[in-house]
Write a protein that binds this ligand. Structure first.
Ligand SMILES: [Zn+2]
Length: 278
């Protein structure tokens, strides 16, 4: 097993990264007072900024190889203090080819989760993962590919909209089974269609958070909803429900934005829920 992996029953989950992002605490979490970060310095850069991995996960069983989220991709995203474009190399480094990916599953349609969906040659698009079906949350599709959505989120035009004419897209709507061991758990709020994913195999569970949380401090502070959350109250409710479940089940938790490789568990310590990296 690659070193950045976790085993859940008969399923292997591998952590991959496309790069990183950095944000000022006060701009990413405008409602969190600066002093509240004093307990959570280890998730920050020496300058006190939030250091965010841009993570993806491969979920691999005997039957299928699934890639969850596709990073920022290549090109300039206009994001300060960021790096990107490493995902394909990272996949190769764990011995998986892009052609082996059977399904690409997207937690939501923000630009740091869709960047490697498609390759564009002149104006012809082809899937980066040439044999894959792409699963897209329906409520996000409706929002982001609306005329207003396409104007505001330019990446959608190149990385999401062409999936439909290519005939390689399926929608995710509500709780549904994606493969025998992978199922969708809607966690709306960050975006309307935001979806986390459960991996269940041989009595063991894992959850892939997506952007249900961005920093480990939210294990305790489930009420911290960041600026990009479209509906902060709903994202808070989704986060609380998911985290309560993961803590109760002692599930493996996989986060693409927590420090690499992003595997851990939620545990109680002195009456607070804490993030215990694996
Ligand atoms: Zn994100």
């Amino acid at each position: 097993m690659p070193k950045h992996g976790a085993v859940v029953g008969d399923v292997e989950i591998v952590s991959l990264s496309d790069g990183h992002l950095e944000f000022e605490t006060g701009s990413f979490f405008p409602n969190v007072p600066a002093e509240a970060w004093s307990d959570y310095r280890n998730g920050l850069t020496p300058e006190g900024r939030i250091l965010m991995n841009v993570g993806s996960f491969v979920v691999r069983s005997d039957e299928q190889t699934v890639l969850i989220d596709t990073g920022l991709g290549t090109g300039d995203h206009g994001l300060e203090h960021s790096s990107s474009g490493k995902l394909i190399k990272d996949i190769a480094s764990v011995g998986i080819t892009t052609g082996e990916i059977d399904l690409v599953v997207l937690t939501h349609l923000h630009l740091d989760h869709i960047g490697w969906n498609l390759i564009r040659d002149d104006d012809v698009y082809r899937p980066t993962f040439s044999n894959a079906k792409y699963y897209v949350p329906k409520a996000d599709w409706d929002l982001f590919t609306s005329p207003a959505g396409l104007r505001r989120f330019t990446t959608i035009k190149h990385q999401v909209a062409p999936l439909e004419p290519l005939g390689i897209m399926e929608f995710i709507e509500g709780r549904q089974q994606i493969t025998e061991t992978l199922s969708a758990w809607p966690t709306p709020g960050h975006t309307p269609g935001h979806t986390s994913f459960l991996v269940s195999s041989a009595g063991e569970n894992a959850v892939i958070l997506g952007d249900a949380a961005h920093v480990p401090a939210q294990a305790h502070h489930v009420e911290w909803s960041p600026a990009p959350d479209r509906d902060p109250a709903l994202s808070h409710a989704s986060r609380r429900e998911l985290f309560d479940w993961a803590e109760r089940e002692n599930a493996v938790v996989a986060s693409g934005h927590f420090p690499k490789p992003g595997f851990g568990r939620f545990e109680l310590a002195d009456g607070r829920r804490v993030w215990r990296p694996m």
